[in-house]
Write a protein that binds this ligand. Structure first.
Ligand code: NAD
Ligand code: IPM
Ligand code: MG
Length: 359
């Protein structure tokens, strides 16, 4: 049966990296008879320019009815001046929230070929394979009230609300425990329960659920220490589960361990395993248009889509194998380039992955 994939390239490098991911997706679609029908839509600044909003109704409707969504990245200086509620990033937050994509999986895996590209010493990072499970539709990103108000003394004050309900914590905890059970069986929950009540409850709920997973070991860490441990001894972690904002920050830090943020894919899942797939990085306005963007995070997000939502693990394995093969060939975009390797642009990297799929 045909499955519909909605492709949302977004802004700045979004269309550049997506063109390469799409090539790869089309190739495996043929090779594995996946019967995928690809559709395109607008989100972020690209949607704002055409429809006046960052998440048009038609994009949301297409996303609801698609079997899976592939997203590039949104935002950038072109829209810095627009009203807050219309910012491109609001479109991304809205689609995540509307589709209830609460479970954000961000695997930080160091390909052995990229040990030299990592900012840390080889012995600290080689063999790194950690999974950050970030809660994506709650916490301080969505808490109400929020805004910027003027106080009686005329001073302006910005405010947000950090809020987590038990059911939100429970569902992300179950996801993290389930995933850890299929890996090394260790969950480290990252919070700030020495200060923030929302995360006091977070820790309590994690503790309450842990006995349902006797094969998984639960530990806790404060977020400041976790940031430090990630760059001190990252291999101590298996699965990290954390809230929306801490997960955003820690996953960018973890990205550098793998050589570049251009290597980190992600899956954002709902309760049924339907999902949206996107690189962890942003629209990289500083390098847009120059063929400098690394498309591998988006290509690896395609592999995650095939594995988690489309039940096509062989095609997913093939893509991951092809990425490994191009790295073996010494091909590198600028962000992962090191001495003795061959510098290629975005398109050449995508072409090389497709060629590796054919071999
Ligand atoms: N999921 C998303 O759509 C998403 C995620 C993060 C940031 N953003 C948005 O992107 C815009 C730029 O944000 P930023 O500069 O803070 O973060 P960014 O991730 O876009 O860029 C940070 C740095 O990483 C580099 N980089 C990012 N992706 C790369 C790639 N694929 N290959 C090579 N280098 C890459 C950039 O050149 C830049 O130097 C902002 O509008 C932000 O809100 C969007
Ligand atoms: C663009 C922004 C809203 C987004 C987030 O903070 O979730 C991004 O940084 C990410 O990591 O996907
Ligand atoms: Mg981020």
């Amino acid at each position: 049966m045909t499955k519909r994939i909605l492709i949302l390239p977004g802004d700045y490098i979004g269309p550049e990296i997506m063109a390469e991911a799409e090539k790869v997706l089309r190739r495996v679609n043929q090779q594995y008879d996946l019967e995928l029908a690809l559709e395109h839509g607008l989100i972020g600044g690209a949607a704002l320019d055409v429809h006046g909003v960052p998440l048009p109704e038609e994009t949301l409707a297409a996303a609801r009815s698609a079997d899976a969504i592939l997203l590039g990245a949104v935002g950038g200086p072109k829209w810095d001046g627009v009203e807050r509620e219309l910012r491109p990033e609001r479109g991304l937050l809205a689609i995540r929230s509307q589709l209830q994509l609460f479970g954000n999986l961000r695997p930080a895996i160091l390909y052995p070929q990229l040990v030299e590209a990592s900012s840390l010493k080889p012995e600290v990072v080689s063999g790194l394979d950690i999974l950050i499970v970030r809660e994506l539709t709650g916490g301080i990103y969505f808490g109400e009230p929020r805004g910027i108000r003027t106080l009686e003394n005329g001073e302006r004050q910005g405010y947000n609300t950090y809020v987590y309900s038990e059911s939100e914590i429970e569902r992300i905890a179950h996801l993290a425990f389930d995933l850890a059970g299929k890996r090394d069986g260790r969950v480290c929950s990252v919070d700030k329960s020495n200060v923030l009540e929302a995360t006091v409850l977070w820790r309590e709920v994690l503790e309450r659920i842990a006995p349902q997973y006797p094969d998984v070991e639960l530990s806790h860490m404060y977020v400041d220490n976790a940031a430090m441990q990630l760059v001190r001894a990252p291999k101590q972690f298996d699965v990290i589960v954390t809230g929306n904002m801490f997960g955003d920050i820690l996953s960018d830090a973890a990205a550098m361990l793998t050589g570049s943020i251009g290597m980190l894919p992600s899956a954002s899942l709902d309760r049924e395993g339907r999902g949206m797939y996107e690189p962890c990085h942003g629209s990289a306005p500083d390098i847009a248009g120059g063929g400098k963007a690394n498309p591998l995070a988006t290509i690896l997000s395609v592999a995650m889509m095939l594995r988690y939502t489309l039940a096509a693990p062989s095609a997913a394995d093939a893509i991951e194998g092809a990425v490994s093969a191009v790295l073996d060939q010494g091909l590198r975009t600028a962000d992962i380039h090191s001495e003795g390797t061959t510098l290629v642009d975005t398109v050449a990297m995508g072409d090389a992955v497709v060629a590796a799929l054919d071999n």
